[in-house]
Structures are given as C-alpha cells and as structure tokens.
Design a protein around this ligand. Structure first.
Ligand SMILES: N[C@@H](CCC(=O)N[C@@H](CS)C(=O)NCC(=O)O)C(=O)O
Length: 241
C-alpha cells in the first residue's frame, strides 16, 4: 500500500495512471471523510493522496484545487472539489448502492438538514480554534442544536436517511465520530450527557456500518490531532508509523 503520509511543499505531484480515480484528502479531515465514506459505501476503487494543509504542496493549488482545500477528486482530465459536490458526483456516476433518494422532495429535505448541520460545525470549529473562555458558550449552543437533531432523528427513523444510511448520514457522520475527542479536548459533554438518546443510539448504529468502520480513525488519533492544532503545529500524520 502506498504511504498515507501527507505531501508537503517541495514535493512532486505523484503521476496518476489513466483510468484511476484519486482522492486528495487529509486523514483527519471530516469533509474529506464525507467523500471517503461515499467511496467506501459504493465500493469504488480509488487511490488516496494526503495533503499537508499547513505546508501545502505548490502543485495542489496550481493544478488541483485553487481553493486549497480537501477533498478533491481527479480522474483522467476531470478534477472536482468541495465535499458535497464530490459526493453527489460519485453517487451519480457510479451506479449501485445509491445514496440519494429518488424523490426530489426528500432530496430537498435532506439537503436542508445538511445545511442546518453547518450550524453545528460552526460551533465545533469555535471549540477547536477558539480560546478556553469561549468553550462553554459554544458548547451550550452546540448542545441546543444537537437536541434539535435528536428530535428530527426520531421522526426519520433509525438513520437520518430512514431505515438505512443515505447521503445525508454520510454528510454529517464525520463530526459524530469526532465528538468523543472534542469532549475530551474542551472538557464538555455533547453526546454523553444523557439528554440525546436518539443520537446516542444513532452513533451505535452508524458504528456498525461497514463504510463507517472502513473510514473511521481511533478517538485517540483525533484527540492527538486536535491537540497538535491547538499547539499550532498540526500533525497530519498522527497515528502513522
Ligand atoms: N467547503 C469545503 C470545506 C473543506 C475544508 O475546509 N477542508 C479543510 C480540511 S478539514 C481544508 O482543506 N482546509 C485547508 C484550507 O482551508 O486552507 C468542503 O465541503 O469540501
């Protein structure tokens, strides 16, 4: 297996073989994980190139994504980026194990939910990038939002997609995977406070899904990564030999 270590400035863009699908990722990035989950769910063969987002390779912005963000996908002469766009593209282009509901109204409702979840990620990044005096306010807002998602899940079923995980689940799951690490990092409770029983059961159910098992990293890796971010020296190779 090729190295998972992140490519940094000064590196050379590894050549891409014709017909191979490549994802530009960062092992700890929740947005990249969205697209990795879709790749895993649909069993799409791909190769992964990880990017050091602090010392980005020059070729990454020049040749792959002018926005400088992961994920991005490349195959032959096609390059796309933005996690939602990449994930929808894969679901349209690769048949089988469809993740998007056929009903346009349900599709719209799911997209609204993902949009709404953006409020959760905003608070999440206040915790990751902010100072300790702002932790309890951000945690309070985050918990109020999670209560709304807990109620919504009750209406929808075992998963946000209903009786099986759908695109909507893979778009929000990466942050659920990281909550235990965030709880430890900022010494707050989100899903372990006993008030969101539906979401707690959801986490257990999602943990049994093969794509989730394939893509997830241990809590300890997420925590060490977050600590490295807080210390101003993000370690993109955390957990690797
Ligand atoms: N809207 C983008 C956000 C992706 C994103 O922010 N990725 C982060 C890593 S978790 C990144 O690449 N950051 C590098 C940068 O912003 O320079 C998406 O959905 O793909």
């Amino acid at each position: 297996m090729p190295s998972q270590k992140a490519f940094s400035s000064g590196s050379t863009l590894p050549p891409l073989e014709a017909g191979t699908l490549r994802i530009y990722s960062m092992r700890l990035c929740p947005f990249a994980e969205r697209t990795r989950l879709v790749l895993a769910h649909k069993n799409i063969p791909n190769e992964e190139v990880n990017i050091n987002l602090t010392k980005k390779p020059e070729w990454f912005m020049e040749e792959i994504n002018p926005l400088g963000k992961v994920p991005a996908l490349q195959k032959d002469d096609k390059i796309i980026y933005e996690s939602g766009v990449c994930s929808d593209y894969l679901d349209q282009v690769y048949p089988g194990n469809k993740l998007t509901p056929d009903d346009p109204y349900q599709q719209a409702k799911d997209r609204i939910l993902v949009e709404h979840f953006g409020q959760v990620t905003t608070q999440y990044y206040k915790l990751l990038l902010g100072k300790p005096d702002g932790y309890s306010a951000a945690a309070e807002t985050l918990n109020k939002l999670l209560l709304e998602f807990d109620k919504e899940l009750q209406k929808r079923g075992h998963f946000f997609g209903g009786e099986k995980p759908q695109m909507v689940d893979y778009m929000i799951w990466p942050w659920f995977e990281r909550f235990p690490a965030m709880e430890q990092l900022v010494n707050q409770t989100f899903l372990t406070d006993g008030s969101k029983t539906n979401l707690a059961a959801y986490v257990n159910r999602m943990s049994d899904i093969p794509a989730v098992q394939k893509c997830r990293l241990p809590v300890d890796n997420h925590l060490k990564f977050y600590q490295s971010v807080k210390n101003g020296a993000a370690d993109y190779d955390v957990g690797l030999e």
